[in-house]
Design a protein around this ligand. Structure first.
Ligand code: PLP
Length: 392
């Protein structure tokens, strides 16, 4: 037999395991010190009450012959897809139910969508960005061209009309930089993708953090996107579903490549390799989109947004260059005194007992930068920022 040789080209250690190893080593050497983390990409607030109510009711129903649910509809229950459809209408986007696919999260969909595309494709990936885009394509041996995200372009790279592309990743609001594409910018990407016959994989996992009504939540707010873009979204960061698992992907019926409908291909793929999200989780997700659920989620988001404002204030007062943190839970800072990402990580751990995420873990372009997240508790965030203020 032959293994997939592409796995040899992957970096052996994933960013967060390296961070965890350094933290464990420090804790072992300094058992009396309390480490605070501004490094996690996970949420800390529990599921909101309307969500747990729906979740527990549905879970209890699974033990009742009259309310039991077995395999569900292939693309997700209509009650959830209709709730997602109504949510999209809030930003003026009409998604046909047939385009909506419920899943157990954005990460799986981002990886699985690649089943639709040949290995012989050129992929454009921003650098730095969520490492899953790069790793999943390396696993399949695709050619990758990186789009340089730098302070000069506000970490929002734009298309080069001369550059060839087949698959394009856009993440807005961005992980790790926290920046958001404006509609005119996304419009350029949509025009470029349509001209090239490329497909945009638009990751909207952080759309709920967008507060400026002029900024887009969805690529489908842009004219022409239905013929070139697939959108992946998640309830993880919006409604606290990181441990509950639910997301959704939109594959428009108009998206045709080589005479085949990508929506039909995705349906074929999902019905072959995926058997749906559990009924209680779909009930919980639908509750997150109810009026009551959305209000509860907004309350949770406001806790993270308030953390982000505090973090911004401290960095600003310390004269540290940074961006993000407004329409995003992430602040992206330049490491002071020209330090490398890992040098600053070590300094922060040793001098302030605070953990962050080295920017270089998101791609070579992230070297010299550092990501702080606002997902901590207000108390821990305040203490961590006080320690950082003293250190700086
Ligand atoms: N997309 C981005 C940009 C992310 O940062 C994350 C998680 O950190 C995900 C997707 C994964 O989301 P999910 O929990 O739905 O798999």
């Amino acid at each position: 037999m032959k293994i997939n040789e592409n796995y040899r080209s992957l970096e052996t250690s994933y960013l967060f395991s390296q961070v965890a190893a350094k933290r464990a080593a420090y804790e072992k050497a300094h058992p009396d010190q309390r480490i605070l983390s501004l490094g996690i990409g996970d949420v800390t607030r529990p599921l909101p009450e309307p969500v747990t109510r729906a979740f527990t009711e549905a879970a209890a129903g699974q033990g009742d012959p009259a309310r039991f649910h077995g395999y569900g509809p292939e693309q997700g229950y209509p009650f959830l897809r209709e709730a997602i459809q109504s949510y999209y209408r809030r930003f003026g986007v009409d998604i046909p139910l047939s385009d909506l696919f419920v899943s157990d999260g954005a990460k799986c969909d981002l990886g699985n969508l690649l089943d639709l595309f040949d290995a012989d494709n050129t992929v454009l990936i921003p650098d730095p960005v969520y490492p899953v885009y790069r790793d999943t394509n390396q696993m399949a041996g695709r050619r990758i061209s990186y789009l340089s995200a730098v302070p000069e372009n506000d970490f929002l790279p734009m298309p080069d009309p001369e550059q060839k592309a087949d698959i394009i990743y856009l993440c807005s609001p961005n992980n790790p930089t926290g920046n958001v594409y404006r509609k005119e910018q996304l419009s350029e990407w949509v025009d470029y993708a349509n001209r090239q016959g490329a497909v945009i994989l638009f990751d909207a996992a952080y759309e709920a953090f967008v507060t400026d009504p002029s900024l887009p939540h969805s690529i489908y707010e842009i004219e022409g996107a239905r013929t070139c873009a697939i959108e992946v979204c998640s309830l993880s960061k919006t409604a606290g579903f990181t441990g509950t698992r639910c997301g959704y992907t939109v594959v428009p019926g108009e998206l045709i490549r080589d005479g085949l409908s990508l929506r039909s291909m995705w349906l074929r793929r999902q019905t072959t390799k995926f058997n749906g999200v559990s009924y209680p989780v779909q009930k919980a997700a639908a509750a997150a989109f109810s009026e009551e659920g959305l209000a509860a989620c907004r309350k949770i988001l406001s806790v993270y947004q308030s953390n982000a404002r505090l973090m911004h204030r401290v960095l600003k007062e310390a004269g540290v260059w940074h961006t993000g943190g407004v329409h995003s839970p992430y602040l992206w800072m330049k490491c002071p005194q020209g330090q490398s990402s890992w040098e600053f990580f070590d300094r922060l751990l040793e001098q302030a007992q605070v953990i962050g995420t080295p920017g270089c873990g998101f791609g070579a372009g992230g070297e010299g930068f550092f990501r702080l997240t606002a997902f901590g508790t207000p108390e821990d965030t305040a203490e961590a920022m006080e320690r950082i203020r003293r250190m700086l």
